[in-house]
Ligand binder design. Structure first.
Ligand SMILES: [Fe+2]
Ligand SMILES: [Fe+2]
Length: 362
């Protein structure tokens, strides 16, 4: 018997325990069940992070015996590459520097050294060969304790990539990166007990978290830095339809850099593991963006971002919710989370087969 993360479960594995929902105590899956794509989706839907499975597995046609089956997941292969090891080392070095510097700025009112932070972040970008590489690296920089700093650096790197997708100049891309890197500095003033709390926050705790944009702006108020960096700290939780905070601004009132940070911020939060749920596959993230309403974001930015994310995964092998494995061959512009997948000789258009979803990138 062994414990396996839900994201690493494969159809054919057998549950070694009854699995209950942690708060309602509802039975989700019984002991002794042979897992299928559908039952794994069910675990994801209930935010079950890991389960115990038997050592033996059952082979399921179309899944583990499929010719396309790659054995190791895509992300696991990346993690074992040499490039990843090098990137991770540099990333770790920068995290400790960012951590010290952010603390000096917030607690000792030290001046922000934007040039140094920019130089170090660009060095990280130069470690990768393409935007696909950089996205893959970002997705895998998750096993650190310093969640706020890792998130900040990820959002900074994502913003640089995003600016390039928007065909912005190098200077603007660097500025976008700094807006992303510094957006959550106000979180350093939120007590750790709240930031690291597993489970839901109380309304009072949530109110304290919601003060971080204003607090970040106050930290930056007298710093000699670009106004877009200050505005991004203040406005990255504003939404174009006026549903955000702290000021319920409308689209035309929100700084364009803050609009970019908002998108990269939500994307990074959803693709990382949280105490109350596992990481979502990028296609699930896109469907969440589509369901929650694209009108919350500036169409000029959100469509470019999502299209590029999806394009990154063309040609990748994926597992569908019914356990079948195929290759993404065609992106559907009207429904970005529902591309066409080739399974053997067959082409499955997920926009037409609405009962199927992409569950995992392999
Ligand atoms: Fe934030
Ligand atoms: Fe954030």
């Amino acid at each position: 018997m062994r414990r396996v993360y839900t994201s690493e479960l494969i159809p054919g594995m057998i549950t070694a325990e009854d699995i209950y929902h942690y708060s309602s105590n509802q039975l989700i899956l019984p002991k002794g069940l042979v897992l299928t794509g559908q039952s794994i989706t069910r675990l994801n839907d209930y935010s079950i992070i890991s389960i115990r499975v038997e050592d033996d597995t059952v082979s399921i046609p179309n899944a583990s015996t499929n010719d396309n089956y790659v054995g190791e997941t895509y992300f696991k292969q990346i993690r074992s590459s040499q490039e990843f090891t090098k990137f991770k080392k540099k990333f770790q070095e920068e995290i400790s520097e960012v951590k010290d510097h952010f603390n000096d700025v917030v607690r000792k009112n030290a001046p922000i050294d934007v040039d140094n932070l920019m130089e170090k972040s660009l060095a990280l970008i130069n470690e990768t060969h393409s935007s696909v590489d950089l996205l893959d690296m970002i997705h895998n920089m998750r096993d650190f304790d310093d969640a706020t700093y890792v998130h900040s650096l990820n959002v900074g790197l994502l913003c640089h990539l995003f600016a390039k997708w928007l065909r912005m100049s190098d200077e603007e891309a660097n500025l976008a990166m700094m807006c992303g890197l510094l957006h959550d500095i106000g979180k350093l003033m939120v007590p750790d007990a709240i930031l690291k709390k597993p489970g839901r926050l109380t309304p009072d705790e949530y109110e304290q978290v919601k003060e971080h944009p204003t607090n970040g702006y106050i930290v930056f108020l007298h710093q000699n830095i670009d106004i877009h960096i200050k505005n991004s700290a203040l406005m990255h939780h504003e939404r174009c339809d006026g549903s955000g905070y702290p000021m319920q601004l409308k689209s035309e009132q929100i700084d364009p850099f803050a609009k970019m940070v908002a998108i990269a911020d939500v994307y990074d939060a959803m693709t990382s593991v949280r105490p109350y749920r596992p990481a979502l596959c990028p296609f699930k993230v896109i469907s969440v963006f589509e369901e929650e309403g694209l009108q919350r974001y500036d169409p000029k930015y959100i469509l470019v971002f999502l299209e590029h994310i999806v394009n990154t995964y063309i040609g990748n092998t994926v597992r569908l919710s019914d356990g079948r494995i195929g290759k993404i061959v065609y992106i559907n512009k009207e429904a970005l989370s529902l591309p066409t997948v080739q399974i053997g000789e067959k082409f499955v258009d997920l926009a037409k087969e609405r009962n199927l979803t992409i569950e995992e990138i392999l």
